[in-house]
Design a protein around this ligand. Sequence first.
Ligand code: PGA
Length: 250
Amino acid sequence: MTDSIRALIAGNWKMNGLEAQLGEAEAIAAALASEPARARVALCPPATLISRMAQRLKGGAVEIGAQDIAAQASGAFTGDVSAAMVADAGARLVILGHSERRALHGEDDAEVARKVEAALACGLEPIVCVGETLDQRQAGRAAAIVRGQVEASLPPALKAHAFCVAYEPVWAIGTGLTPSSAEIAALHADIRAALVERLGDTGRRAPILYGGSVKPANAAEILALPEVGGALVGGASLTAADFLPIIRAV
Ligand code: PGA
């Protein structure tokens, strides 16, 4: 962990959650109200729950995020949701360029960069995801791939804004596999260097989250690594029982 940067533990519910699961979010918020966390805490539910989660957790320590937005501000884009819409619903952050969006919806770095600009225009704090596939890692290209994603997904406009980067090796997401501590530390150092080169002082201050099979059993070790400024948590963010120990590991 880098001392001067306040860590962010963000939960990505992906396409999981109906109204009944809001009780888990309330349990997380209630626990943080009785014992505040050192980290910032965010939950990113599916778009259908943003508004209801924001209303139920209003005034508490849990910030609400979206999982994606359209690059366009409005118009004939059936099924898409804009930055202004999720902000209006109560989101303050937004995950962008998640590997599932990149792989399943063909999002490339240029589109991610446009979405970052759309987010900034509506006052949303972007969490921009980068990460290599298993083939890329085995070919020794992880660092180069990730550096390329940082350079092409982060528009210069970020210089004037708060944002986070999430390093999520694709092969570690939802698989139970994680890179070694040395591998995580090396990639985070590379990302920091690329951020500073690209965005100067702002690049020095942005938290770099690790994501990919973070769970209560490995959170403390990962979060203690240099330049790991928090975690983006999928499966283990769905219940208070799993998410709270990860928050408390900071
Ligand atoms: P996981 O997902 O924690 O379930 O591996 C992480 C993510 O995709 O953000």
